[in-house]
Design a protein around this ligand. Sequence first.
Ligand code: HEC
Length: 189
Amino acid sequence: MKKYIVLIFTSALFLTACNHNPEKTYWDYMGDFDMYYSKAYESYSPNKYLKDGTTLQEPVQGTVSREFIPYPFKDKFGDKVKAGKLLKNPFQPTKENLERGKMKYNIYCAVCHGQNGKGNGPLTKLKRNGKKIYPVPPADLTSDFIKQKPDGEIYHVITMGSAVMGAHASQIKPDDRWKIVLYIKNGLK
Ligand code: HEC
């Protein structure tokens, strides 16, 4: 008999659960005491519980975000040569990788180096009061000087910049930097 009572009771519980009507307000088990009604702060709202008074906090010092690999070389000439010796391009010049490299090159590099890589992109022609705004000519990426460079050196230049050329580490992910290198080494084809 007891067994039947338990069975009826549990099936009744299940049936009521199935019958839940989201439009209707039911009884709260713990009501306001629990976290039924979350009083979450908006990311950009003030917050009296945190030291600097804002909800959104800076990451803890030394935090490395997922998929980010810290770059071990510095922005100096000796390190470019070192990067050239130690870093290997992890990608092969497949059609797909070259296309990806071309797409990224045309977005980030062609403004200065030109779509053909000759160093004659639109920014090099800009003038103000008769003077060139970017007077230093970008390297000709089709030259033998660039062709004989190890992949790692070009990767280093994209990551750290080179003299007047700015660093592109924050705009271009490591994989895409390597694919740009493949595209350049393949004669921008
Ligand atoms: C705002 C203009 C500008 C942009 C954008 C730019 N560059 Fe440059 N780049 C230059 C200039 C100017 C130089 C020559 C400076 C130098 O190294 O003396 C240069 C030099 C280079 C060199 C030769 C460095 C060396 O070792 O001598 C390479 C390789 C290069 N750029 C690749 C790239 C790639 C790849 C991109 C895109 C991710 C890019 N650049 C984006 C202006 C630019």
